[in-house]
Ligand binder design. Structure first.
Ligand SMILES: C[S@@+](CC[C@H](N)C(=O)[O-])C[C@H]1O[C@@H](n2cnc3c(N)ncnc32)[C@H](O)[C@@H]1O
Length: 356
């Protein structure tokens, strides 16, 4: 490791530190864009002047102009001769709601003072926060990330790769249980893709389940129900032909108990679909992962915090449930088959097909 101070490196090092701060500020500006419906308005009206955008959005021009300048400096918006337009790629990512990369909700409101304080306290006590304790904004952020990833490929790519699963789920009396369903993005998707199956979403977060029920009602899905519960309650909902656990296991204080519960609740010839982050096992191997600092930050504030939200929790965290670890856990839980699937448009997760 280098120990000598190098004054020539200092300006670049300081610039890098400010880039990190810049990300936080620009993300908050992007959140304003979402809150004020500026993405859709600009997508519809651009190229346009700041006056035209402000008029269309019903906002004050001076504020909109400064926002546009920030977005243009961030290369999200193009600027030519007083006219502004989203770049074609930003237009997809921020306005095309049916595209897998649509996730304006990820640039959500900054973390609250309370979340920062509680996380700092967790470094002293060792005990973190559950997902539900973060509040509504986290529930929305999670939905934003999940919707983009899951809606476009969960059924046509992931389930289609599970031998015989689609036929079984279309066959009439199939039972699907989405455990750790959050606000129910995947549950809704499965209920609409398999209208003759009975789908249940379970999550311990009351706010997530309330939101899930509201959206299911809106979508008119009468084969879908949601219950407040955890893996400890899973026995009540089986035997499932398809059990779904998307980005949940690494968040749990007791993941091995969850694997055991999954084994008890799965029909003998059923499938357990597990999505887990593509963690490699240690810091140096993880360096290949895109956006690695973001992943570790997500872990401290959300995933590891959740998995340490009970004293004695396992503390796996965002990148902690790598393939070798998962294999050990499912074998110990009595499963005999494990296959890993990749989806080209999801660089973040692996999708595991797990069977008894
Ligand atoms: C990262 S979120 C994933 C939500 C959803 N599966 C998705 O992909 O959008 C993790 C979820 O696990 C839930 N959870 C936490 N502890 C749980 C437990 N013991 N059993 C089931 N779910 C749990 C949290 O409330 C949260 O909604």
């Amino acid at each position: 490791m280098r120990v000598e101070f190098d004054p020539e490196r200092l300006p670049l090092a300081i610039l890098e530190l400010f880039r990190i701060k810049q990300g936080e500020m620009v993300s908050a500006m992007m959140h304003l864009g979402t809150r004020l419906n500026l993405w859709d308005t600009l997508g519809r009206c651009g190229p346009c002047t700041s006056e035209q955008l402000a008029d269309e959005a019903g906002l004050k021009e001076r504020w909109v102009r400064e926002w546009l300048h920030c977005m243009s400096a961030s290369e999200i918006v193009q600027h030519e001769a007083g006219q502004f337009a989203l770049t074609p790629e930003a237009r997809v990512a921020l306005t095309a709601s049916d595209h897998w990369c649509f996730m304006p909700g990820v640039y959500g409101p900054p973390m609250t003072h309370d979340e920062i304080e509680r996380t700092a306290e967790a470094f002293r006590t060792g005990v973190g926060m559950t997902w539900a304790e973060h509040g509504d904004h986290t529930c929305h952020m999670q939905c934003a990330m999940s919707a983009a990833r899951q809606e476009s490929f969960l059924v046509p790519e992931v389930l289609a790769a599970f031998d015989g699963a689609i036929d079984r789920l279309q066959s009439g009396d199939a039972r699907i249980v989405d455990v750790g369903c959050g606000a129910g993005v995947a549950s809704r998707l499965l209920a609409s893709s398999f209208p003759t199956a009975a789908v249940v979403g379970i999550d311990p977060s009351e706010r997530a389940i309330t939101e899930a029920r509201r959206k299911a009602l809106q979508a008119g899905l009468d084969n879908l129900t949601f219950e407040i519960g955890t893996f400890d309650d899973l026995d009540r909902f089986g035997p499932a032909d398809l059990l779904v656990t998307l980005d949940v296991l690494h968040d749990l204080p007791r993941p091995q108990d969850a694997v055991a519960a999954a084994g008890r609740s799965l029909a003998a010839d059923g499938w357990w679909l597990v999505a887990e982050i593509r963690g490699r096992g240690d810091l140096e191997s993880n360096r290949k992962i895109p956006l690695l600092p973001y992943m570790y930050a997500m872990s401290v504030f959300y995933c590891m915090s959740s998995s340490l939200s009970e004293p004695g929790g396992e503390g796996l965290g965002t990148l902690g449930l790598h393939p070798a670890r998962l294999k050990e856990m499912v074998e110990a839980g009595g499963f005999t088959r494990l296959a890993r699937h990749e989806v080209a448009s999801d660089p973040t997760n692996w999708y595991y097909e797990i069977r008894l």
